[in-house]
Design a protein around this ligand. Structure first.
Ligand SMILES: [Mg+2]
Length: 298
């Protein structure tokens, strides 16, 4: 998906740091534990005291970062380089409070929306609608398929994400053998793709891509370096198309030992891995900004 050529480019920064959020930059209580030994109790580890809540849901803490990650994300936002790139809906994204000045650009609904100062860019939404209509079977057909094949015995709910894609919350251990493969094949035949992340099985149109929206942000701000971070199959193309990329040592990509040329992988899993990702993004952004800053001699 190419950008709208009529949108004027105002050079703002030579580098952007596009990062997936869940299980990459921010961590639910369950995801935090990905970095702990099996059976370890989070509350009895030093990590527990180190966590800071960045999202409340139904009056309870839902997502966290470590204190060090909080400081690093603050710096990324102060530099104006962080571009959150999430599969979350706009409402789910707005529940998160990242530290520092709010990012000017954010990608939500897996590339379905390009938020500019928190508001969906109409030109981008129109472009997405056109591309999806040309390349994949319609949302309503896939929504109907999911409601038909995801059985209540092992499905907690089937949800629409802003009428762009669907996901089901499932009990993985109760799903029939081969079900994910069956859904994956069906999706492929209809111009969609499947992604299993924790308890959620997503079906997403092939051309609904975070990387396309991130490329549009890079074009608008005049960035020629794109740093990217993500943990799931839905992030793979964003990582592949970036100048340099990192993924955590956990998650859907890690489980299949996924790599791409120049990919960095965190040393740790869980929230500590998230801390390493934030630092990697900051170090990479600073390298570019230092390179581009004219030096004066005394
Ligand atoms: Mg993720």
């Amino acid at each position: 998906m190419s950008g709208d050529r009529r949108t004027p480019v105002t050079p703002v920064t030579p580098v952007i740091a596009a990062s997936d959020l869940d299980r990459t930059l921010i961590y639910s209580g369950k995801a935090v534990k990905l970095g702990l030994p099996p059976g370890a109790k989070l509350k009895s580890t030093p990590l527990y005291e180190d966590l800071v809540c960045v999202e409340m849901y139904k009056d309870a803490p839902l997502s966290h970062v470590t204190r060090a990650a909080l400081a690093t994300i603050t710096e990324l936002n102060e530099l104006g380089v962080l571009v959150p790139a999430t599969t979350r809906t706009r409402a789910q994204y707005h529940r998160i409070t990242l530290p520092g000045p709010p990012p000017q650009y954010a990608v939500t609904a897996n590339g379905g929306f390009l938020l500019v100062d928190g508001v969906a860019d109409a030109a981008w939404s129109a472009r997405v609608a056109t591309v999806l209509a040309e390349t994949s079977h319609p949302f309503a057909e896939v929504d109907g398929y999911m409601h038909a094949v995801f059985k209540p015995e092992w499905t907690k709910k089937v949800r629409s994400a802003e009428d762009l894609f669907c996901y089901a919350v499932v009990e993985r251990e109760k799903m029939p053998d081969g079900f994910v493969e069956e859904v994956t094949d069906w999706a492929r035949e209809h111009g969609w793709r499947a992604s299993l992340q924790g308890r959620k099985l997503y079906l997403v149109p092939n051309e609904l891509r975070k990387g396309s929206a991130v490329a549009e942000v890079a074009r608008r701000v005049g960035a020629d370096t794109v740093l990217a971070a993500g943990d799931s199959l839905l992030d793979a193309e964003m990582l592949e198309s970036a100048t340099a990329a990192i993924r955590p040592a956990h998650g859907e990509l890690h489980d299949v030992s996924w790599i791409t040329p120049g990919l960095a992988i965190t040393l740790s899993a869980g929230a500590t891995g998230g801390e390493q990702i934030a630092q990697w993004l900051l170090d990479g952004a600073r390298d570019v900004l230092d390179r581009d800053t004219p030096r004066t001699s005394a």
